[in-house]
Design a protein around this ligand. Structure first.
Ligand code: NAP
Length: 263
């Protein structure tokens, strides 16, 4: 069991929804840390976790602040997706307001390599505007949210990959594949070829689970419109689960392993 130096036994909130969050949940359960795992509730069948799970929003920054106090949380780990910016901002604000230490567990962004044909854009709207003029076959690898700006007034055919059938597309507009990562380069290459994809739109999520589409695009010489991560206020950030465990075990705010995001 982990005991936090100089304070009571820790009680941790994990803001989840990523592979990294699930890995952290397992590590916390293995270390017998008292922790609660939080899902937004976006998917119909979220992965089970080896920790107590709560589902749904907290009610903004104020709701989170109240919830943290009521639950006597001692540490918050933001292991949400790098594009879950609202949740991350709320966590920064609520932790600042309550004095509860916050650590982000975040995968480094993908970097382009020789052979990539990336057009990096700042946000969803810019990605939609960057689509070619001529009718094309687009792998829209951005999840379910925010597909509307791409579909609206668009001459293109779209391939979507979703974790559940929460969206429908008429066949002339595209096709939906139901799948949950991690994905492989061989399967993604076959998927791109099978659907005669000409362009890919993706978020710069980082990590290994969704990177295979970029390797496949490189091998096939396909252009990728890659959306940059949204801005999040600076917060202590680590990339590995073991660093989170060290932080929980160590004195608050003095982990020796955390780095400031973007600094
Ligand atoms: P978001 O825009 O930052 O969050 C919107 C609101 O959803 C938040 O203000 C919060 O509601 C609630 N929320 C988000 N994450 C939550 C969590 N882990 N626990 C409880 N409430 C949460 O987030 P999003 O982009 O919709 O992402 C939602 C979830 O999907 C996150 O868990 C994220 O890790 C996961 N995910 C997102 C993406 C992506 O591309 N955005 C990809 C893969 C997985 P309240 O204000 O009411 O508290």
């Amino acid at each position: 069991m982990i005991e936090s130096q100089g304070s009571a036994i820790p009680r941790v909130l994990v803001l989840g929804g990523t592979t990294e969050a699930s890995r952290l949940a397992q590590a916390l359960a293995d270390a017998q840390v008292d922790a609660i795992f939080s899902y937004a509730g976006r998917t119909e069948s979220p992965l089970p976790q080896p920790l107590p799970v709560r589902v749904g929003g907290f009610g903004g920054m104020d709701g989170l602040r109240t919830w943290l106090r009521e639950q006597r949380i001692s540490h918050v780990v933001d292991a949400t997706h790098p594009f879950a910016a609202q949740m991350s901002r709320n966590a920064v604000d609520a932790c600042a307001a309550t004095g509860i230490p916050l650590l982000a567990l975040e995968r480094p962004a993908w970097q382009s390599q020789v052979g990539d044909h990336w057009q990096q854009v700042p946000d969803i709207a810019s990605a939609a505007q960057a689509l070619p003029k001529a009718p094309s076959r687009i792998f829209l690898a951005i999840g379910r949210q925010h597909v509307e700006p791409f579909l609206a007034r668009s001459p293109h055919w779209f391939l979507l990959r979703l974790v559940d059938a929460s969206l429908a597309l008429p066949p002339e507009r595209g096709h939906i594949v139901l799948a949950r990562g991690p994905f492989t380069v061989a399967n993604d290459t076959a998927l791109l070829q099978q659907h005669r994809i000409t362009h890919i739109v993706a978020k710069n999520s980082g990590g290994s689970g969704a990177e295979s589409k970029l390797h496949a695009a490189r091998a096939l010489g396909l252009p990728v419109i890659l959306i940059d991560r949204p801005a999040i206020p600076p917060r202590p950030t680590v990339a590995r689960v073991e660093q989170v465990l060290q932080w929980i075990a160590g004195p608050h705010g003095n982990t020796g392993v955390a780095t400031e995001r973007g600094v």
